[in-house]
Design a binder for this molecule. Structure first.
Ligand code: DOR
Ligand code: ZN
Length: 349
């Protein structure tokens, strides 16, 4: 058995409120526990985006009733809530901006980007979805304003090279990668069809480059983005794949193959998330793992409401056995042991 600190996933989309046919705070946080995550940070691209304190408070009230692990939130901006931004700031772990088209209508342009960077008078990170050359616009704003930025789901050789360059210039930039970009090849994604469709997409040969340069990566973030099987099979396919339950088993498998060390896993999924986002942790919040147990990822056994995984059928080595939050056993051998509402809505320290 290995004992790990309760892991932190800084990038999930639990869809509540607004799209609870895909996921809700109860199913999403149960999936988190099943995957060894005891704290998650939820994105603002809800059906009605979280761009004001009022909407955030509504979301918090729902989460308080349903969550079984700890959960915190981000604010969003379309560039038209500059006044509200600092009202919402005390309650969130950062501000999320979308510079490319993806799920939800959240796209902003460069002009708005610059206004938002100036309006965000906070040392909490601005998280960005910025693919390929768009990343330069973000780096420009960081050098101009000195504000912190976290580049989400780095997904191309170009982006990672730009980040490495910015880091060497000591700019306050951190970055995350997703398990699907670490483990799926372009060919895997093609074979998955619409179930391998996400933003950013998987670039050919990126996986190998990423593993070689993993020392420049700060965080592994699942980008858990559940969509129903019906939607994925429909004419209008939404982007995104779920990840909360498969991230840790995939990483433990990589450890068993000597591609990663346990210490580095703890850095990527606990230490760095904690430091970058200023998250309170507790020494009695931990996960017990059987590092030797092998199993096949099975859609039928998942807790996520969407009921599928791009990794279904994959054999993994390393299984979550027990999860404790603040000393209380909350999950054991595939069973949830607490009621909705056990999880706390967290605020930054
Ligand atoms: O694939 C994605 N899905 N990428 C995103 O940026 C958003 C996410 C979602 O919310 O479904
Ligand atoms: Zn996302």
């Amino acid at each position: 058995m290995i004992k790990l600190p309760g892991l932190i996933d800084i990038h999930v989309h639990l869809r509540d409120p607004g799209q609870t046919e895909k996921e809700d705070f109860f199913t999403g946080t149960t999936a988190a526990l099943a995957g060894g995550f005891t704290t998650i940070l939820d994105m603002p691209n809800n059906k009605v985006p979280i761009i004001s304190l009022e909407r955030l408070k509504e979301k918090i009230d729902i989460a308080k009733k349903k969550a079984v692990c700890d959960i915190g939130f981000y604010a969003g901006s379309l560039g038209d809530n500059l006044k509200e931004l600092m009202e919402i700031e005390p309650y969130v772990f950062g501000l999320k901006l979308y510079l490319n088209k993806t799920t939800g209508n959240f796209l902003i342009d460069e002009n708005k980007l610059s206004k938002i960077f100036s309006a965000w008078k906070s040392d909490k990170p601005i998280l960005v979805h910025a693919e390929t050359d768009i990343i330069e616009k973000v780096i420009k704003q960081v050098s101009k304003t000195g504000k912190r930025a976290h580049i989400c789901h780095v997904s191309t050789i170009y982006e990672l090279k730009s980040i490495i360059k910015a880091k060497k210039q000591l700019l306050p930039i951190t970055c995350g990668v997703t398990p699907h970009h670490l483990f799926l090849t372009r060919k895997d994604a093609d074979e998955l069809g619409s179930f391998g469709l996400m933003k950013p997409e998987i670039e050919k040969n990126y996986k190998e480059f990423l593993w070689k340069n993993l020392n420049y990566v700060d965080v592994i973030e699942s980008d858990h983005a559940p969509h129903t099987i019906e939607e994925k099979n429909s004419g209008k396919i939404p982007f995104g794949v779920p990840g909360l339950e498969t991230t840790l088993p995939l990483l433990l498998t990589a450890i068993s193959e000597k591609k990663l060390s346990i210490n580095r896993l703890i850095e990527l999924c606990f230490e760095n998330p904690r430091k970058i986002f200023n998250i309170k942790t507790d020494k009695n919040t931990y996960v017990e793992i059987d590092e030797k147990e092998e199993y096949i990822i099975d859609n039928k056994k998942l807790f996520t409401k969407c009921g599928w995984s791009p990794f279904a059928g994959w054999k993994v080595k390393g299984r979550v056995k027990k999860v404790y939050i603040r000393g209380k056993k909350v999950f054991e051998n595939g069973k949830l042991l607490v009621k909705p509402g056990f999880g706390e809505v967290i605020e930054p320290l």
